[in-house]
Design a protein around this ligand. Structure first.
Ligand SMILES: *Cc1c(COP(=O)(O)O)cnc(C)c1O
Length: 474
């Protein structure tokens, strides 16, 4: 090693020196002494490596503290809030529905205080945890009875296990769905202990196909909403009403898995029509299942509504206990469902619906308001324009219907690599900004950016270093 190299290595500050800076004191307050010391040590090690590779001026204590801060923030919890500017409203990887304020307040109350979870206040005796929701769900869907479990996958599992354990479950080949994250109908059936009987073909299934498969070994018939794909062309399927009747003659229940399952007719808000839970109940399916955090706009949950005798059988299955929902979510679900009693104000109060119903003109105006400040934050290496794009509902709802929207369209004046680096830098911000990288542009679809959050976006982008984006440090 040459003398100047050794000299600059010697100039590296000691851990104790960095810890004594005001910058490090803030970090100790925020992250604790152990984690901060650890990060400082890591920053010093990094600086030492860099000096050995390319001798230069050694960083000072404050600079090391700043590097430690970056290291600590990069380790920040994965569940920190981010800006979902992907244009997918119900993004499964980003946590699906964002809750209504009323639901948040209810969950917070349930966290902070004791609640009558399984306690009947009228007579001071033990109560049922589903009771809080049963009445609301029946009122909103027209069903006789209802129960709730961890998610819709659990709802389907519980139904199959209760009615088709060691028996046959009949399903059309056109409805053997896979939902992201390894929910595949054949696998769920196997785990539930049911023997899957496939009928019909991929594109056409007829009443006679079901009738031919029903016998004394049958436990249940399934109708699955093909939520994330659509079969078009020469097709035929059997409607739920006819299928419910067919199943009833064989003495088995029909389970109609709606997936997203909306509680209101979405065409009322200018969206394409998705089958409502009420319609599925009215069509005669004795069991209907749907998700809490898709179009319904609540927390993760799986609802099962239908005939009382069947719901009671579900509640007696020991698996129900393993799949049950905690008090926080029950509180949030109850508050969310209550919003549905007032459909006129639903689109203001429920973020999912508010965002789905936003007009392109509104989003475009917002993009114009933000264009200049975002361009300034990104620096000269990028061009920021306002452009058209299409948003998606997400979570498999209305797969073929996209929504006209507007985006900040970011292009690199230099290489495509620079754009990818920008996308990565946005993901690593303290409050990450997630857009969609496609066709040589990074699109920030503003559909899910509420006006109240709008001002926070420029603040978040202030964490970027335009010089670094233009010509990254080696
Ligand atoms: C989404 C979906 C499921 C799974 O629901 P989760 O709430 O994600 O568990 C099951 N069936 C259908 C048809 C779906 O669309």
């Amino acid at each position: 090693m040459t003398e100047p190299e050794v000299a600059s290595l010697r100039q590296l500050p000691a851990v104790a020196t960095v810890l004594a800076t005001a910058e490090a004191a803030v970090l100790v307050e925020r992250h604790g002494r152990v984690a901060t010391t650890d990060a400082i040590r890591q920053a010093i090690d990094g600086a030492r490596e860099a000096l050995r590779a390319a001798p230069s001026q050694a960083p000072g204590a404050i600079e090391i503290a700043q590097q430690a801060q970056q290291l600590l923030e990069a380790r920040a919890p994965g569940l920190r809030p981010l800006f979902n500017l992907t244009g997918t409203v119900l993004h499964t990887n980003l946590g699906r529905a964002v809750l209504a304020e009323a639901a948040i307040d209810a969950a917070v109350d349930a966290m902070r205080h004791a609640v009558a979870l399984e306690y009947d206040l009228a007579d001071g005796a033990r109560g049922e945890r589903d009771d809080h929701l049963r009445r609301l769900l029946c009122e909103l869907t027209g069903a006789e009875d209802a129960t709730v479990v961890n998610n819709n996958a659990a709802a389907v599992l519980l139904c199959l296990n209760t009615f088709a354990l060691g028996r046959e479950a009949v399903v059309s080949r056109g409805e053997l769905i896979e939902i992201g994250g390894a929910f595949r109908m054949p696998d769920i059936m196997a785990r539930a202990g049911a023997r899957m009987i496939e009928v019909g073909t991929t594109n056409r299934t007829h009443p006679a196909d079901y009738a031919g498969a029903l016998n004394e070994r049958s436990g249940m018939v399934l109708k699955v909403h093909t939520s994330n794909y659509r079969i078009e062309g020469f097709t035929a399927d059997v409607g739920a009403r006819e299928l419910a009747a067919l199943a009833a003659t064989a003495g088995v229940p029909l389970l109609h898995d709606l997936g997203s399952g909306s509680l209101v007719d979405l065409s009322r808000y200018g969206l394409a029509k998705e089958p409502t839970v009420g319609e599925a109940v009215a069509d005669g399916a004795p069991l209907v299942t749907f998700s809490g955090d898709k179009l319904l706009g609540g927390p993760q949950a799986g609802f099962i509504v239908g005939r009382r005798a069947l719901i009671q059988q579900l509640n007696r299955n020991p698996l129900k206990r393993a799949l049950r929902v905690d008090k926080l979510r029950l509180a949030a679900i109850e508050a969310t469902l209550k919003l549905y009693r007032d459909p006129d104000r639903l689109a203001q109060r429920l973020p999912t619906l508010r965002w789905l119903a936003r007009s392109k003109a509104d989003i475009e105006a917002q993009a114009r308001r933000l264009q200049a400040v975002v361009a300034a934050r990104l620096g000269d290496a990028f061009v920021v324009e306002v452009g058209d794009c299409r948003s998606q509902v997400g979570s498999g709802a209305l797969p073929a219907d996209t929504l006209a929207s507007a985006a900040l369209v970011i292009r690199s004046r230099g290489s495509q690599v620079a754009l990818e680096r920008l996308a990565a830098a946005l993901r690593l911000l303290p409050r990450p900004v997630i857009g969609r990288l496609a066709e040589g542009a990074l699109r920030l679809d503003l559909r899910c950016l509420d006006e109240a959050e709008e001002a926070l976006l420029p603040d978040a982008l202030a964490g970027l270093d335009p010089d670094d984006l233009a010509a990254p440090r080696p």
